[in-house]
Design a protein around this ligand. Structure first.
Ligand code: PHE
Length: 439
């Protein structure tokens, strides 16, 4: 096995972590969840949860990865030698691969819509175009395979020439693209209602569930509890500043989510449509809006729709490579496989699970697991249980198992953070977990 690769600079590490964080979660989930849960009131809760709970978890993963210079399994083995904990850490190796499987299906749909925006501008799109597309057999399988394939090719190129280079170029481009779309969206007549939907504080909509939603969104959006941040941190140089990089990543992630909100909601309201949840919002509502705009200014609408779907594809790719890398790092470090062989194995495994997820909107839709189709089952299994478990696991390892003076040194001597890592974050996770379970 060759020398372990590192990110070239702290800036590169932050861009890679921001790349992992910024993804579909920011574009389709955040804007909708904000509006549903009381606008600015929700944003306030989201920020508080982020600072009190998500950031300490982010720091735990960063400390574990950077101090051991190993990805998940190896890091646990070094922090708690001779303990069965390392076997438990395998769960956090598998979780990102499960997420990768269904995430790539959405990545495939995004590629399809990008191509549509380029070539036909959604002419002839109707309310059930998306249902027809996602329930088909071959086309979604093909686009899913292309998405997973591109992810694999970037990962195969390595930490520096693949992951770092791709993020260095695509992250600034992503910000420019989403800004352009947001500026356009805000100039549409009637867009004020969308701004109001996002920003008007409505504390009457805040319930215990709102807090659980805020934290769940924060975990997903910051890629926490699944070893991606740990693995990327293990590629950080020893002199990089962990607190600065976690604040930087979380800041970019939040900023992008807000801009995405301003890109999407004003357009939705300008068109007089009620915002819908999840994939429906970007794959059903927005294409029809682009067609409407096309009636007024065909070229502008076409350009904006191409830019918008390109943003989604690229944002999804910078996240999917981070999930893929967790599995590859495990196989390279622990099983001593070559990078190529590891990529091939992970590709094969996630392709099989992802194909089932893709088919679960069509021929396999009658298979129900706890009331969901296969895609929905994996989605809620990871979001409601596995990510929570992983986050708890990492706070336990860093807060309770790691040598205290070493932990403090990694955190630049900031004692208050210890309190958050040991008590506030784990209690917060448990409260959310049980709220999800019983409410
Ligand atoms: N944070 C990514 C998003 O917002 C999703 C993700 C989850 C990425 C877990 C990596 C690990 O879309």
């Amino acid at each position: 096995m060759g020398k372990r690769e590192n990110f070239t600079s702290q800036r590169a590490a932050i861009l890679a972590m921001a790349g992992s964080a910024i993804g579909l979660g920011n574009i389709w989930r955040f804007p909708y969840i904000v509006g549903q849960n009381g606008g600015a009131a929700f944003i306030l809760i989201y920020i508080i949860c982020g600072l009190l709970i998500s950031l300490p978890i982010f720091l735990c993963e960063s400390v574990l990865g950077r101090s051991t210079q190993s990805s998940t399994f190896g890091a646990v083995e070094k922090v708690a030698p001779d303990s069965p904990l390392k076997w438990m850490s395998l769960i956090t190796v598998i979780t990102p691969l499960i997420i990768l499987s269904f995430y790539s299906v959405v990545g495939g749909w995004s590629i399809d819509y990008f191509v549509q925006s380029l070539f036909n501008g959604f002419e002839g799109n109707t309310a059930d175009t998306f249902a027809t597309l996602s329930s088909a057999v071959w086309k979604p399988l093909l686009t899913f395979t292309i998405f997973l394939g591109i992810t694999a090719l970037i990962v195969i190129a390595g930490v520096k020439s693949g992951i770092e280079r791709f993020n260095n170029i695509s992250m600034p481009v992503l910000f420019i693209l989403i800004l352009v779309v947001a500026l356009y969206s805000l100039t549409l007549p009637g867009s004020e209602a969308g701004v109001e939907y996002l920003l008007k504080p409505d504390f009457s909509k805040v319930t215990p569930e709102t807090v659980a939603d805020a934290l769940g969104q924060s975990f997903f959006s910051l890629s926490l509890g699944v070893g991606t941040i740990l693995t990327y941190s293990s590629y950080m140089k020893r002199d990089s500043k962990l607190i600065a990089s976690s604040l930087g990543t979380a800041g970019f992630d939040f900023l992008f989510a807000m801009i995405a909100g301003f890109a999407i909601m004003p357009a939705v309201f300008a068109a007089g449509i009620e915002p819908g949840a999840g994939p429906g919002l970007i794959f059903e509502t927005l294409p029809s809006i682009f067609v409407q705009m096309g009636a007024i200014s065909p070229i502008l609408s076409r350009i904006v729709s191409v830019l918008f779907f390109l943003t989604i594809v690229v944002a999804a790719l910078t996240s999917s490579i981070s999930m893929f890398e967790v599995g590859v790092a495990y196989l390279v470090e622990q099983k001593h496989l070559s990078r190529r062989a590891s990529v091939a194995l992970i590709f094969a495994g996630t392709w099989m699970v992802g194909a089932l997820c893709s088919l679960s909107f069509g021929p396999l839709s009658n298979i129900r697991l706890f009331g969901d189709n296969i895609f929905g089952f994996f989605d809620s299994l990871t979001a409601n249980f596995l990510m929570m478990f992983g986050s708890l696991f990492f706070t336990y390892l860093a807060g309770w198992k790691m040598d205290r003076s070493k932990l403090l040194a990694e955190l630049g001597g900031k004692r208050v953070i210890l309190f958050f890592i040991k008590y506030i974050a784990p209690v917060g996770i448990l409260v959310i977990f049980f709220t999800n379970l019983f409410v």
